[in-house]
Structures are given as C-alpha cells and as structure tokens.
Design a protein around this ligand. Structure first.
Ligand SMILES: Nc1ncnc2c1ncn2[C@@H]1O[C@H](COP(=O)(O)OP(=O)(O)OP(=O)(O)O)[C@@H](O)[C@H]1O
Length: 652
C-alpha cells in the first residue's frame, strides 16, 4: 500500500535490531466434557513457564518442558494478550513486522485463542484494537509530522490454494517475493480501516467465508490456515519523506489431524492431507533452521512460503501452542510439544523497512498558464486518507522537483538523469545569482516574491539531493548487476550455495534446475518399461510383466508378429502387477526419504510429500492412495504408478 499522494521512491533497509528468538507460549484448554474430566488431564503445569506430561515409554516418569509461558485452563484471553502479544504491536508502528500464530492439534483451541467470541474476544480483535489505539496515541503526541494509514487483508490457504476472504472472487492467488525479499500476494484486497467498527464490518462477514466443517474432534473445525494481515504505513509529511511500513500477521493454523481419530473420509480426508502436509513442511523448515541447513524448504508449501518472514525471518514472532487435556489427545500433545520445543530455538532477525517517498506534483492548469504566480509548481496535498483518525496536516510543504521531467526521474537512463541534473544545476546557479539582486529586482525574477523564492531555492536544493541519491543508487545497481554476472556459478553449485536464498533471482535459477531435472525422472520409466519385454525371451510368457498382444485377444510377441505391423498393444500381467505393487507399497511405507527417492518419478520434493502424508496418516494401503496426497496431481501419481510398476517388473 503506497500512501495516497505519494510515490514510493526507493527502499532503504536500516536499523537491524539484532537477533530475537521466537517466543513460544503454551495454552492448555479446559475439558469440554465432564466425563473426560474425571479421567484427569494428561498435561500438568509446573509454574508459569513449565509443564509436564507422562512418558509413554515409562509411566513411572514424566516429560518436562519449559517455554516462555505456560497458560493453564483458567487463563483469560486478556492475560494471554497482554503478556504474550501486546508488546509486539508497537513494532508495526516502527516499520517492523510481527507475527502471532496459533499451532496445535485439531480441537485444541487455536481459533478460540485467535478469534474468540464476542463476549471473550481473542488475539485478533484485541491486536487490531491495540494497533488502532497505539496509532491514535502516537498521532496525538506528535506534531503532525507523520501521517498514518492502516489496512487489513484476510486470506486462507485451503488445499494449497490462496483465497481472499475479503473479496471472494479473488482465489488461487499467487505468492511472490519482491527484490527486498518481502513476501506479497498480488491481487489480495486491502481495506483501509480507521476505527474498530470498520474492522468488524470487514472481518465478521469474511470470517464466515472461511472453510470450516464438522469432524469427529471438532464440530466447527477450520479446514484451512487463515492469515489476517494488518499493515501500518507511517509517512513523514516533510522532507526527506520517510515511509515506514510495518506488518502484523495473525495466523490461525488448521490443526494437525490423525485421521484414525477424526474419521475423515472423502473431501475431509483430502483437506486433512493438505493440512498435514503443510504442517509437516513447517516442521521441516524448523528442523532446517535449527540445524543451520543452507536450504530451508520454505517453498515446499504455501503456508511456509507465507510464514517465511515469521519463522526464521525478519519478524518478531510469537507462537501460541494449544493443547487439549484429554487422554485421547495424548499423542498429539506429545508431538505438538516436541515441535514447540524445536521452535523455541529459532531466532529471527527483525529490521526496519523504510522507504523514501515523493509527493505527487500536479500539472499546471492550462487556463492559468499566463498567470505569473501560478507558474510555480503546485504541490498536491500529501497523504490524504479519508478519515480524521489518520489525516495529518503537513507541517511543511514538500519540496517539488523543478522540472516536470524530474518528477519521473526513476524512469530514465543514467545519461538522461545526468543531463537533467546539469540542466537543473544551471537553473539553480542562475537563480542563486539573481537572489543577490536588489529587493526590487527580486520580485521580478521568475515572477516569484523574494521570501517565497528563498523557500523555492531550498526546495530545489532538496530535489537536487534526491537526484544525486538516485544517481548513486543507479550506479550501485549497475555495479551489483555486473558483479553478479561475473560471479555467476554453474547451476549445480548454485543449488548448494547460500547465495540461492539471498538474491531475488534464485527462484528463477531454481526453477531452471527443476526443469532440467524433470525430464530425467519422467523419461527413465518410459524407456525402461516397454523396451525390456520386447527383448525378452518370449518362450516363458507367464513371467513377463508386460506382454504384447494384438487386439481381438491374439497374444503375439514382437518376434511372431513381425516388425512394424502397427497393431501391437501392451498388456500387464495381473499377478506380477500385484506382486510389484506390493514391492512399491513396501517402499512407500518404508518411512525413509532415501528409499522413496529411489522410486521412478519421485524426487526429493515428492518424497517429502509422501513421507509427510505417511507420517500423519499411517501406512498406504495401496499404491493408488498416493492420489490422496495434496500437491501430487493425479497425472503425476499415474506416472509414478506406471513407471514404478514397470520398473519393479524389470528388476524382479
Ligand atoms: N480456552 C478455552 N476456553 C473455553 N473453551 C475453549 C477454549 N479453547 C477452546 N475451547 C472450545 O473448544 C472447542 C474447539 O476449539 P477450537 O475450534 O478453537 O479448536 P481449533 O484448535 O481451532 O480446532 P481446528 O483446528 O479443528 O479448527 C470450541 O468449542 C471452543 O469454544
């Protein structure tokens, strides 16, 4: 969001605040059912930060965990907000990002924590209210130098697609990264808000757009990950027109699900697969960060791509881990706590994002062209948000560019900028000379009264300074581009290099690598499959995996049929197919990434998806179960099945 009336000029990334660990707080929800309560809780608090659960390996022991905070079942929404979230809000007013996300198994209270109810609001409404208040306070204390604008966006990731919850016509939106490595979603709607009522007007109906459904564990289970984004833009009304943009991400993740307990089938099962896969990738991101791996698999799911900034990125982050006390949740509680313990080690590096903006300059009206006074450049009112909550009267008028051409200077080549700069220098020098003329003469110079001319001169100085900065920037960019070209490495080296994640072009490079690898994986089974039977000894047709038949049930080998009849077809041997399917199934259920990548058409990424699904849903019953994995299109699965059944046929 660019503040109305301003152009974004250039990005200045400044004031690195140093490493800040992700805050991890655990919240235990109360029992929902009296009968369950009698059995007792699987989680016991040990003070304000620690908790224990019994050890499933040895019931005489307990497993203890310590986090930044532990909230027991009686903790109020307000306490959670004030102790874990409130202090993050101020960062958004200073050009930094902050994220709060609720994590935990399905039915453990994530939506309750994030959204809450109208009687007992959760983190989202409290945070929005908090930011609105903080802006009002800062504005009240200031001298009008800064203007503020707040906008809200709301989206969900459902089955690996991004949907806009504020404008439902926007679906399957793409996630992109700009050259400053900011993640953004082109086409995602933003609604400017100035008070809480306006927020409610957008948020309440949008929440109803969120995909929820009833499962055995939660009558209103979130089937998607939802992200509410609050963007605070703070724009300086006087030179140098700094603009600080801070974002607050409030994330309600869908719950990890054990489908043996949820009883999910059909579409619910498919949704569950997508949820579990993205959470699995989130786990891998955390592992990669903790072990200092060069490649962090953010791009392996939409969720992790969007959380890139929150987990191991440049955001202040707080994770609220939700737990359920019931015995039936024990396994989920155990895995969730282990994930939370790993997440505690993540360190983010927040920094301030700041840009310099230029005010729009209005064209001189044609009908007043002859009027000497009106020949001076007119300045459009900077930042004109619609309501008093954010409108600021500028303390000083912003400096204009003398030449209308210079107003669009960033579109010119360096040489053109040079010439314009010289021209402006000449004009400025002339005006300086004239400024030492007598007062009588002053009024006649450019038709500008003396005092105003002094102001104008000052403004011209400012515009020249901006021009010089632009030129420097252009030269730096040119030098950087040349260095990058010189340092270009072979593709295979780039893949293992850290550089991959530091430059915006890395995505393109990686895509190229993926494209070159793709044919390799796809081609091999196709070559291996049909060729071997053609060369096999046809005297033992029963052990052939693939036989060549003619239509009308005439089974003939290539030898018999002769070359080039053009009517041969392939038929698989059902017995062997079954045997080989069992072989493939063994590999799928091996739980080993290396084994999975040994399958035809299965690279590292697909192997991770398969492993993730397997870990969350248990063993595959048949090879066709691969189709339940989100992110594996059925055509790909067909290729995997065909390729591997044929290849197993070859090798057995
Ligand atoms: N702290 C709490 N106090 C009272 N009730 C709670 C609390 N936490 C959760 N609940 C209740 O528990 C039920 C499940 O909670 P919720 O829907 O928030 O779970 P969830 O983790 O978001 O589940 P899913 O991942 O399936 O969406 C709801 O009926 C909710 O009102």
């Amino acid at each position: 969001m660019t503040t109305p009336g301003f152009h974004r000029h250039r990005s200045v990334i400044a004031r690195n605040g140093g490493p800040v660990p992700v805050r991890v707080a655990v919240r235990l929800r109360p029992f929902l059912d009296k009968a369950q309560q009698e059995k007792g809780s699987t989680v016991r608090g040990l003070g304000e930060k620690a908790l224990e659960i019994c050890n499933w390996r040895n019931d005489q022991e307990s497993l203890k965990y310590e986090f930044d905070a532990f909230y027991d079942k009686d903790t109020s929404q307000d306490k959670i907000f004030t102790t874990s979230v409130q202090n993050l809000l101020e960062h958004t007013l200073h050009g930094q990002n902050a994220s709060v996300f609720a994590y935990g198994p399905t039915g453990a209270g994530k939506t309750h924590t994030m959204v809450g109810t109208s009687e007992d609001p959760g983190i989202i409404p409290r945070s929005v209210y908090g930011v609105l208040n903080a802006v009002a306070k800062e504005r009240g204390a200031g001298d009008g130098e800064w203007a503020y604008s707040i906008a809200v966006s709301y989206l969900e990731i459902y089955q690996e697609k991004v949907y806009d919850l504020l404008e439902t016509k926007n679906h399957d939106l793409q996630i992109r990264e700009d050259r400053d490595r900011n993640i953004f979603i082109p086409g995602l709607s933003e609604k400017t808000i100035t008070d809480f009522q306006q927020f409610e007007k957008h948020f309440v109906p949008a929440s109803l757009n969120r995909t929820t459904a009833s499962t055995k564990l939660n009558s209103r289970s979130s089937r998607s990950h939802s992200i509410l984004l609050l963007k605070v833009v703070k724009t300086q009304q006087v030179s140098p027109f700094r603009q600080l943009t801070g974002k607050l991400y409030l994330i309600d993740l869908a719950g990890s699900e054990d489908n043996r307990k949820t009883g999910n089938q059909g579409i619910r099962l498919k949704e569950s697969g997508a949820i579990n896969t993205s959470l699995f990738v989130l786990g891998q991101v955390v592992d990669a960060l903790n072990s200092g791996q060069a490649r962090v698999p953010y791009r392996d799911s939409k969720l992790t791509r969007l959380l890139q900034d929150s987990v191991g990125g440049t955001s202040h982050a707080c994770m609220i881990v939700n737990l359920a006390p019931e015995e039936s949740f024990y396994t989920d509680t155990y895995t969730t706590l282990n994930f939370a313990a790993k997440s505690k080690q993540i360190v983010n590096r927040p920094f301030t994002r700041e840009s310099i903006v230029r005010p729009h300059v209005l064209k001189r009206p044609a009908d007043s062209a002859t009027d000497g006074a009106s020949k001076r450049v007119r300045i459009e009112e900077p930042c004109t948000p619609t309501t008093p909550a954010v409108v600021q009267t500028p303390a000083k008028l912003p400096a204009p560019f003398l030449s209308p051409l210079l107003r669009r200077q960033d579109k010119f080549e360096t040489s053109m900028v040079d010439r314009l700069e010289k021209l402006e220098t000449a004009i400025l020098a002339r005006m300086r000379r004239e400024s030492v003329l007598t007062t009588a003469n002053r009024a006649s110079v450019c038709g500008t009264p003396g005092q105003s001319r002094e102001v104008l001169l000052q403004k011209l100085e400012d515009s020249r300074k901006q021009l010089r900065e632009l030129k420097e920037q252009q030269e730096q960019q040119k030098a950087a581009a040349e260095t990058a070209k010189e340092n270009e490495q072979p593709l295979c080296q780039q893949l293992t290099s850290d550089v991959l994640f530091k430059h915006s072009t890395s995505f393109i490079r990686r895509k190229k690598v993926a494209e070159t690898e793709k044919p390799k994986a796809m081609v091999s089974p196709v070559q291996a499959g049909p060729l071997k039977p053609l060369n096999m000894d046809q005297d033992s047709p029963d052990i052939q995996f693939v036989r060549i038949i003619k239509p009308k049930d005439t089974v003939k080998t290539k030898k018999e049929g002769g070359k080039g009849s053009g009517k041969w077809q392939l038929e698989t041997n059902p017995e062997l197919q079954e045997k080989h399917a069992a072989g493939v199934l063994d590999v799928l259920n091996s739980g080993k990434l290396k084994k999975l990548t040994s399958l035809q058409c299965v690279g590292d990424k697909r192997a991770r998806l398969i492993l993730g699904w397997w870990q969350m849903n248990g063993p595959f019953k048949q090879v066709e179960d691969l189709k339940a994995i989100p992110g594996l299109p059925s055509k790909t699965v067909d290729n995997i099945i065909k390729g591997n059944l044929l290849c197993f046929g070859m090798s057995s």
